[in-house]
Write a protein that binds this ligand. Structure first.
Ligand code: ARG
Length: 644
């Protein structure tokens, strides 16, 4: 802060403008200085308190609209037409060391920052804060105005694939979006727990265990647990399916024979045999033993689970994701589900129906329907386990907020879950209030060259290979890349992730391997290229961080330079806005706009051919741009490359 005060004094301001009672962050976000300054100047003109004006000063998405703007109607001044008022504000706005005379346009007043002071405030701050620039660790505190206050706690539950089942597009999106949201809240100072809630419980794990006895191989399991378990599951499910078909055919045959008054003894015996000895019954028995906590039955399943987690960890690492907690449906304690069942029954929220237990949610909201919480055979369901899991997590982590990143196909499921918790009251209702479902649309046509994609690894491998082909097509460049395979892999992952994050979460999108791996258009490889190019400029300029920090910022006067600076100044606001939208596209849109601006500036702002002092200032500007691009890419979960 002292540093900031000193530099503002050289610009003609006595102190850092700050508004009492408001959380302003002049050291994290220089635009906050401008907002406070403008609000102070507007107060006497408008008769509206500076504290009220401050939050109305919006950021603009397009630089032509100014650096911040004031929507005049939001001032709620009675008796004057907003456009007349906008003109009045423009005319009465005093001379300022930081902002140019404002522009009135219809009901808006637009403020443009003076380029010189802006460069001096923003660029040194980027160099100084480097990987932290733009992030504000106070936002996640219990009291953002008090830096010594405690961090709020958050659980982000994401990815959550099902063991022995394909890792489908829904899991891919959950992984990408959940990873991003975890980074986002962490950068805002929250204490984030990343949680993977594996689908690892239910009769199908009995099926799997039986299948493993028949088709499993320890070697194959060790080598590729996820692939092998899936293979086993497919084989044993096929048998179960055949048996079911057989029973159906036998039943039809019986009807036919009975019509002719012939004996059906043989057919009945066969049906009985299948129902007693078939896969389905074996699986039920096996799962019953698991559910009863029988050690032998649990041992093999635990091995499947553990080995799968080892493998998942490797794949998640490629996406820069590590989990704090591998929970799962199997981990939910019977006790918490029983306690919940008791509350539901006692409060008459649930009712018995033909031996099963259900909750009629239509009382609260028609579209929530009726939800089953206990099957006739007494076993729990997906929903029951989620009820138990939610309270257990609350008891374990005492979170302030919990986010479920799950496909919109499960909108109803989560709405039912939250409603049930709400009407249960007490701690359950408290949990419900803290929960949020972050949903997303589908990925269409996600298939690899070798058929339909089954596992995340296959998808990443395929896109990496395609990326390698794209790189090879530029031979001159290709030979300069040190580790082409590794680079292709990283670029491929960026391609998949950026494509996924390019639209609003709720939209469906087409998995288009050609488009996502292209260097043209708003793609992952394009962003990586922009980063690598900035790295290359830095390498050629050969200036130390100290030299860059001593740059004379007043030499950056060209329109291209000024626009890049204005754009960089928007990064902290973009971050804050992203917390509001919870959309990765908010970050991406900003990064693409910023990098487009850069690419049109390279010719005008040549570094190597410039005079030494100008060269230094320009190199420092590009270093700032690289830093912001890097920070944005990291926030999204990408690995910025230095060469490609
Ligand atoms: N394993 C589930 C599936 O693949 C997703 C789990 C979502 N999370 C939850 N708490 N229900 O469909």
């Amino acid at each position: 802060m002292e540093h900031l005060t000193a530099s503002l004094q050289t610009l003609g301001l006595n102190e850092v403008p700050q508004l009492a009672n408001l959380a302003t962050f002049p050291t994290y976000n220089q635009v906050d200085i401008y907002r406070a300054h403008i609000a102070e100047l507007l107060a006497p003109i408008t008769g509206v308190a500076a504290e009220t004006v401050y939050p109305l000063l919006q950021w603009t998405q397009v630089l032509e609209y100014g650096d911040v703007m004031l929507p005049v109607p939001a001032l709620r001044i009675k008796g004057k037409k907003p456009d007349a008022l906008a003109l009045e504000i423009k005319e009465q706005f005093p001379e300022s060391p930081l902002v140019l005379p404002p522009v009135a346009e219809k009901t808006f007043v637009r403020f443009f920052f003076k380029p010189g002071p802006l460069a001096k405030l923003v660029l040194p701050s980027i160099l100084k804060n480097s990987t932290k620039y733009g992030f504000n660790p106070n936002l996640g505190l219990k009291d953002p105005k008090d830096p010594s206050s405690e961090k709020k706690k958050m659980i982000v539950e994401f990815s959550s694939p099902n063991i022995a089942k394909p890792f489908h597009a829904g899991h891919l999106r959950s992984t990408i979006i959940g990873g991003f949201l975890s980074n986002l809240y962490e950068a805002a100072g929250w204490d984030v727990t990343r949680m993977n809630y594996l689908g690892d419980w239910g009769k199908q794990y009995g099926v799997l265990a039986i299948g493993f006895e028949k088709f499993g191989s320890d070697e194959a399991l060790e080598a590729n647990p996820i692939g092998h378990l899936y293979e086993v599951y497919v084989k044993v499910s096929a048998i179960a399916h055949d048996e079911a078909e057989q029973v159906k055919a036998l039943k039809a045959k019986i009807v036919e024979l009975e019509g002719k008054n012939e004996s059906v003894v043989e057919q009945q015996a066969e049906i009985e045999r299948i129902e007693k000895e078939g896969i389905d019954q074996q699986a039920r028995d096996y799962f019953k033993r698991m559910a009863d906590g029988e050690k032998d039955a649990l041992a093999i399943w635990a091995r499947f689970r553990d080995l799968s987690i080892v493998k998942y960890k490797q794949t998640y690492a490629r996406l820069n994701i590590t989990y704090d907690d591998y929970s799962g449906e199997s981990q939910v304690k019977n006790e918490s589900m029983e306690t919940a069942a008791k509350v539901l029954a006692e409060k008459k929220i649930s009712e018995e129906s033909e031996g099963a237990v259900l909750v009629d949610l239509t009382k609260y909201q028609k579209k929530l329907g009726k939800a089953l919480v206990k099957k006739r055979d007494g076993t729990t369901l997906y929903l029951t386990r989620d009820i138990g899991a939610a309270v257990e997590r609350h008891q374990k982590y005492n979170f302030d907020k919990m986010i479920y990143v799950v496909a919109s196909q499960q909108d109803l499921h989560l709405a039912q879950l939250f409603k049930i918790l709400e009407v249960m009251g007490d701690e359950y209702a408290e949990v419900s209030k803290k929960c949020q479902h972050i949903n997303f649309g589908m990925v269409l046509g996600m298939s690899t060259r070798k058929g339909t994609a089954k596992f995340l690894d296959d998808i990443l491998r395929d896109v990496g290979e395609k990326m390698h082909d794209v790189m090879r097509s530029n031979e001159g460049k290709y030979v300069q890349v040190e580790n082409p395979e590794q680079t292709a892999d990283t670029l491929g992952i960026s391609a998949v992730m950026v494509q996924d994050m390019s639209g609003k979460r709720i939209n469906n999108y087409e998995f288009d391997i050609n488009r996502m791996t292209s260097f043209e258009g708003d793609t992952g490889p394009y962003l990586q290229y922009a980063h690598a190019r900035l790295c290359s400029i830095a390498r050629k300029a050969e200036l130390t961080p100290e030299q860059l920090a001593s740059a004379d910022w007043s030499l950056l006067t060209e329109k291209h330079a000024v626009d890049v600076i204005r754009s960089l100044a928007q990064w902290p606001d973009t971050f804050v806005n992203t917390i509001k939208t919870q959309e990765p596209v908010t970050v991406l849109t900003y990064l693409f706009k910023m990098t487009h601006m850069l690419s049109s500036s390279y010719e005008q702002l040549n570094v190597m051919k410039a005079e030494p002092e100008v060269k230094k200032a320009r190199a420092a500007l590009y270093e700032c741009a690289r830093q912001v691009l890097y920070n944005g890419m990291r926030l999204l979960g990408l690995n910025p490359v230095e060469r490609m």
